[in-house]
Write a protein that binds this ligand. Sequence first.
Ligand SMILES: *Cc1c(COP(=O)(O)O)cnc(C)c1O
Length: 443
Amino acid sequence: MSAKLAVSGGEPLLKRSDFGNWPVITEDDWRFVNEVMDSGIVAGGTAPQVTALEREWAEYTGAKYCLTTVSGTSALHMALAAAGVGPGDEVITSAFTFLASASCAIHQNAVPVFVDIDPRTYCMDPAKLEAAITERTKVIIPVHIQGLPADMDPILEIARKYNLFVIEDACQAHGATYKERMVGTMGNVGAFSLNNFKNLCGGEGGLFITDDEDIVSKGSLIRCFGDEVDEVSHRRKYNASILGYMYRNQELPAALTRGQLKHLDANNDIRIANADYLTAELSRIPGVIPPYCPPECKHVYFMYNVRFDPKAAGVDCSPRRFREAVEKALYKEGMLVGQWQTVPVPAQDLFQSKLGYGGSSYPWSVNEDKGIKYDYSVDNFPVAKELCDTYTVVHGIHAPNGRDLMEKFVGAFRKVFDNLDEAIAHADDEIYPGADGKLYGAG
Ligand SMILES: *Cc1c(COP(=O)(O)O)cnc(C)c1O
């Protein structure tokens, strides 16, 4: 006989106090942050913490140049601007990603085009990439999703064939590798986010890396209003030579990032160990599909993604309803599970309405007025759609959490999967699974 599920009034297996907080703050964070407070220098494009972080991230990734930015989104936008993307151009990205991988194109007056994902890796499917390319395509933005590198070799080959610029959205994959190559260094530019959830955290912030001297000088101009700097005196000329933005980072986030960077590899190793343990245990439960990592990749598990298959679990239930039932039951057991993206990005209202600047049809109308149509029907992205129906994210695999908590996670999965009929009976209960805003500071 198995215990009564928490979803039908039984005792939950986990408490919120079982979960440790992310990010993990150490002496290194205090030391660098105190340096800022002691120096009295809190900002500036060439201020000490910002400059040191740029040097250290270039060293860590092996890139020639690094610029810090206010966010991952601004790093992506800077890259598009530096690549010379403009009105009427098309930018290709993955259908399963965060909005910013696509909205950065709109911010540059370009049109996002989506490619469906590979059913095992959830990254852009290179086999479907070529069909999305037109004479207007300028850039491909592969996304290293949830910590797993995209299949870069075929993507880079197609980019070379069509002479396209490649911006890696590495916002979820600090330290991940593809065939021993660091993510962010395979395309023309790599963009990273430093927001509070990410594997490398500065509170907020971003990093832009490249080996291209011309792109880094353009990026640097764009980051600070497009305002020229005198090469001899290092003074700003207050003459904008090109259109720029205000995307400079500050000393406190840069200092915190430097402290966190000292522990990035160790913290990634903890995520990997926790994920490997969960994968080994959960793959023994029929109906649970743990994440897949191809042998040539190092996955850094920004998110631990689990899919559910009612048929394999031996129950007669639609895949979407089954996922909702299991997710709600796990959540009531005290697990922090819940969906991240609920639909493929092109299914969001912004793309369905194609209403951009000021509620106008711009930037799409630049091309649609010439008879070119953009079809964002979700049916064009069946693999991403199916994933969104059937997955959930298991939160809490980050440091300082370890084996004890992972064993409780497995216990909760076993309890729910031993009582599936009971869980399904509660599929329509008003329960709202997700991460706990108080724990993760999501607000
Ligand atoms: C977090 C994230 C971004 C944006 O980063 P911000 O720092 O929040 O602007 C972009 N792309 C992906 C895939 C992300 O996960």
